[in-house]
Write a protein that binds this ligand. Structure first.
Ligand code: HEC
Ligand code: HEC
Ligand code: HEC
Ligand code: HEC
Ligand code: HEC
Length: 356
């Protein structure tokens, strides 16, 4: 039997295929081991401000995005101050032309127009409009999940003096893989089904964050039943940065010490090859529902006292940061409301996250 398999395998040995050229936007291996070379130092291609005379709407959308703040945002700068590694810069101010002066205006534009749209000194896009003045290179895979994966899907690096000299096998940001394994994987527009590439609204956007999770809760007899469903995200929630997490909290005001709390996030442990493996993942997969049954008695307090529920989204490691002088908040409350204990134990009283 084994011999036969070997023969079959030999017979179906692949015929040498012509190697496919890499997509026009691809400038490096994913994981940010290298910066992105735009292939030009011409400011008319590199400065986002200059695009505004003809693309005012897009420049406006982009300038409020987290992409535009990728280098300057308080949350990033607080972390970078602790780990000032060259590797970080390759995604947060990715262009070689930005990295010549990290205090300069161009680096301050973060993930800017040219980071996505300029390669080999030319514009790259999915389409080329007839009235466009640019000599645009068209690549239909521009904006595809593989394109976003250049920065949004990567494993832990092996670092040497702050530079990534190799990537391990262990996922660090897993957004594109979790999308590919989920129910939205076959949407024609990929990530752009839900995200506008220029506003790139996500966890920092009130509307996106609130829409992602459907939370329902019922007081069923003496039990609080809570269900959290990832209804509207194409990937796990939260996703992205390793520190992103959420807390579900259920408590009575007179007995905060008996609060029920559930954590939604990931934990990691170092391994021998220099990376870290995921030892815990309670993020909510696309379409998944997580249910909790909490005996009201465990919450203590008075029987007829309202029960508070809160879902909190935390952007960083620690909900209570060292400082927030830069006005970039580290948490956002998704929802907070109170359930009244039911008068009759037969009928369930329910609340929804829509009660903001
Ligand atoms: C003098 C006006 C003008 C300036 C300045 C300009 N563009 Fe354009 N661009 C156009 C027009 C017109 C089009 C085609 C219609 C459209 O999409 O708005 C276009 C299209 C594009 C496209 C789509 C691909 C294509 O060729 O159709 C991209 C990408 C683009 N511009 C990027 C930029 C970036 C980035 C900058 C700044 C570095 C910039 N443009 C500056 C006028 C301009
Ligand atoms: C994160 C990557 C990214 C950044 C940053 C970015 N773009 Fe785009 N851009 C895209 C994608 C993806 C598309 C294609 C959108 C689609 O097909 O719906 C696009 C499309 C365009 C188009 C074609 C017209 C349109 O609306 O589809 C223009 C023009 C353009 N971008 C200009 C800009 C300018 C100017 C900036 C900076 C202010 C910029 N882009 C920043 C990814 C980016
Ligand atoms: C060159 C690297 C790079 C590329 C390419 C890129 N991103 Fe990003 N993206 C980033 C970085 C860095 C951040 C984090 C910015 C911050 O908050 O500091 C980010 C943040 C985001 C966020 C989070 C916004 C929020 O509110 O929290 C979304 C959503 C997003 N990107 C979507 C996309 C999509 C969709 C694509 C593909 C069309 C894409 N990005 C391509 C680097 C990139
Ligand atoms: C079905 C809609 C949908 C699709 C498809 C989708 N997203 Fe999202 N995304 C969301 C929603 C809703 C949020 C806000 C909830 C959250 O922050 O997790 C979000 C948040 C994010 C964030 C912020 C990270 C975080 O957890 O705060 C990033 C980064 C992101 N998306 C990237 C992507 C990329 C890259 C793709 C494609 C591989 C993609 N998204 C596909 C709906 C979608
Ligand atoms: C391979 C690309 C890549 C590298 C390298 C990288 N990041 Fe990021 N980073 C991202 C992306 C993409 C996001 C957006 C994901 C999200 O919204 O959760 C992000 C988000 C963050 C955030 C959350 C930002 C916010 O506004 O919520 C912090 C903080 C951060 N990165 C710090 C760092 C630090 C510090 C390093 C170096 C030790 C680093 N990053 C290296 C791609 C990268």
């Amino acid at each position: 039997m084994r011999a036969l398999l070997v023969i079959l395998a030999a017979c179906s040995a692949p015929v040498a295929q012509p190697r496919e050229a890499p997509p026009a936007w691809q400038a490096r291996e994913s994981g940010g081991t290298q910066p992105i070379d735009p292939g030009t130092t011409d400011d008319t291609l590199l400065d986002a401000k200059g695009c505004a005379s003809c693309h005012a709407g897009i420049v406006k959308q982009w300038s409020t995005s987290r992409h535009a703040m990728a280098w300057t945002a308080g949350i990033f700068q607080r972390e970078y101050a602790v780990r000032p590694q060259g590797w970080c810069v390759n995604c947060h101010a990715p262009l070689t032309t930005q990295q010549r002066d990290l205090d300069g205006e161009r680096a301050g534009q973060g993930v800017d127009c040219a980071t996505c749209h300029v390669r080999g000194g030319k514009f790259v896009s999915a389409k080329h409009a007839a009235k466009s003045p640019h000599a645009t290179v068209v690549d239909p895979s521009f904006g595809s999940p593989a394109f976003c994966a250049d920065c949004h899907q990567f494993t832990f690096p092996v670092l040497d003096d702050g530079n990534a000299i190799a990537m391990t096998r262990h996922p660090m940001q897993n957004t594109v893989a979790s999308f590919a394994a989920g129910p939205f994987a076959h949407e024609r527009d990929g990530c752009l089904t839900c995200h506008n590439a220029h506003t790139a609204a996500g966890g920092h956007d009130d509307g996106m964050r609130d829409a992602a999770i459907e939370m329902t809760s019922c007081m069923n007899g003496n039990t609080v039943e809570v269900a959290l469903r990832n209804a509207n995200a194409g990937h796990s929630v939260p996703t992205g940065d390793i520190h992103r997490h959420m807390f579900l909290r259920v408590w009575r005001s007179s007995a905060p010490e008996s609060m029920f709390q559930a954590f939604f996030g990931r934990r990691f442990e170092p391994v021998a090859d220099g990376g870290k493996i995921t030892t815990w993942d309670s993020t909510i997969a696309p379409g998944e529902t997580k249910r909790f049954e909490i005996p009201a008695a465990d919450l203590r307090g008075d029987d007829d006292e309202p029960i508070n529920l809160e879902l909190v989204y935390v952007f960083i490691e620690n909900e209570f940061p060292r400082r927030e002088a830069d006005h970039d908040p580290s948490t956002a409350s998704i929802t907070r409301y109170a359930l009244m204990p039911s008068a009759s134990s037969a009928a369930a009283t329910c609340g929804r996250s829509a009660m903001r």
